[in-house]
Write a protein that binds this ligand. Structure first.
Ligand SMILES: *Cc1c(COP(=O)(O)O)cnc(C)c1O
Length: 396
């Protein structure tokens, strides 16, 4: 028991220290959300911490769909989907996702985290091998651990290392390779052409997490297959309904047999309640808006280029980001906390990410641009990052 209590008290100690130094920025309640702006503690700040990449949060058509669903079906369901919980809305949402992802079928779960946890642990077990990029999201790692499969990891986006792991796995084992499409801390893109070639060559199934790829990659926001022109390269297309899609939930799209299997075997589907009607309707409407308003994807791309180019020109390191997720490298944890403090003081809402979430010495401010930012918002943010970076000696 002592060791459990010790762990609890260690985290509390770290929390108190950071809080006392006035450098605690997590769990800040945001009172107002209007487009790209937020209010916290009575102060209005430009939001560079949003995952609503296409600015769909607050879209009137999507909100209306959610309201209508409540009027029609109420706020909850009668239980799990497989028994009394399925609504026409759920099947319509799954068909909409399947069409958008150019897959035969799809399944939705109540969160993206749960989607990875249950999908991975349903697909592989004791006699299989699961192979992950080292920077994969925690929900994938947890799914791998839960599965009981042999768990191998390759160096981040390092294709020769992936090939070594595939050889290590041996020819007779069931093999599943899992990667993020866009890495959530660094904003770089997986080398899908090579990952998919290696999976074919070694007879491995390929699962890709598109949490930060849906609505972001590809000329019309359909994701990483569209980005590389590699339709059909991914066996298991996973995504969330909580980022670009302004709802909550997660999905897997793939062939009909895979989805039928998951609908009868995945424990988070069979033993956990259905998505509420309002969230299902909002998600479905959001996919429809994405298809009808492709200009949002172009705005996001323009903002990303302006922001990344501007930070580099001002001397910041942004690692290999090519997406709206931009790490602004500060160095030690303390510097990232201070950078967040100065930026918030100057009216920019962005959050620090420190070890162990990222390697020590690469603590950063993580800034995300969205289609809701105007060009002048971006220029304003660049100006403030430069002033804050100069004040802390991160740039000249
Ligand atoms: C956010 C995220 C998830 C989890 O999605 P939720 O819907 O928030 O549970 C899974 N994978 C990646 C890469 C993510 O960034």
């Amino acid at each position: 028991m002592d060791s459990i209590l010790k762990r609890i008290s260690e985290i509390n100690l770290r929390y108190e220290e950071v809080k006392e130094a006035g450098l605690y920025f997590y769990l800040q309640p945001l009172e107002g959300l209007e487009g790209a702006w937020v209010s916290s503690n009575g102060r209005r700040m430009l939001n560079l911490a949003s995952y609503s990449y296409l600015g769909l949060l607050g879209h009137p058509w999507i909100e209306n769909a959610a309201r209508e669903a409540i009027t029609r079906y109420g706020t909850g369901t009668h239980g799990v989907r497989i028994l009394a919980g399925s609504l026409p809305l759920h099947t319509e949402l799954e068909q909409t996702i399947a069409r958008f992802k150019k897959a035969e079928d799809a399944i939705v779960y109540s969160s993206g985290y749960v989607t990875n946890l249950t999908t991975v642990s349903t697909l592989v077990g004791r006699n299989d091998v699961v192979i992950c990029d080292k920077f994969n999201h925690a929900s994938i790692v947890d799914g791998c651990l839960l599965s009981g499969a042999q768990f191998l990891r390759f160096r981040h986006n390092d294709m020769p290392d992936l090939e070594r792991r595939l050889q290590q796995a041996g020819p007779d084992k069931g093999k599943l390779v899992i990667v993020d499409a866009v890495f959530s801390m660094d904003g770089d893109i997986i080398n899908l052409p090579e990952v998919s070639r290696l999976c074919r060559a070694y007879g491995a199934l390929l699962m890709v997490d598109e949490a930060h790829s849906l609505g972001v990659l590809g000329a019309t926001g359909h994701g990483i297959e569209e980005h590389f022109g590699l339709q059909g390269a991914i066996d298991i297309q996973m995504g969330t309904l909580s980022k670009t899609i302004p709802s909550v939930g997660g999905y897997v799209a793939g062939n009909r047999e895979l989805i039928t299997y998951l609908k009868h075997v995945a424990r988070a589907f069979v033993f956990s309640a259905a998505l509420p009607p309002a969230q299902s309707a909002a998600a479905k409407a959001a996919f429809e808006v994405m298809a009808e308003e492709p200009a949002r994807v172009r705005t996001l791309r323009r903002n990303t280029e302006l922001f990344l180019g501007g930070l580099k020109a001002r001397g910041f390191s942004t690692l290999h980001s090519e997406t709206p997720i931009v790490p602004i490298i500060c160095g030690e944890d303390q510097q990232a906390f201070q950078m967040a403090g100065v930026c918030q003081e100057l009216g920019i809402f962005a959050l620090p990410v420190v070890s162990p979430a990222v390697p020590a010495g690469l603590a950063r401010l993580r800034a995300c641009v969205t289609a809701a930012h105007t060009e002048s918002d971006i220029l304003h943010a660049l100006d403030i990052f430069e002033r804050a970076g100069q004040r802390l000696g991160i740039v000249k």
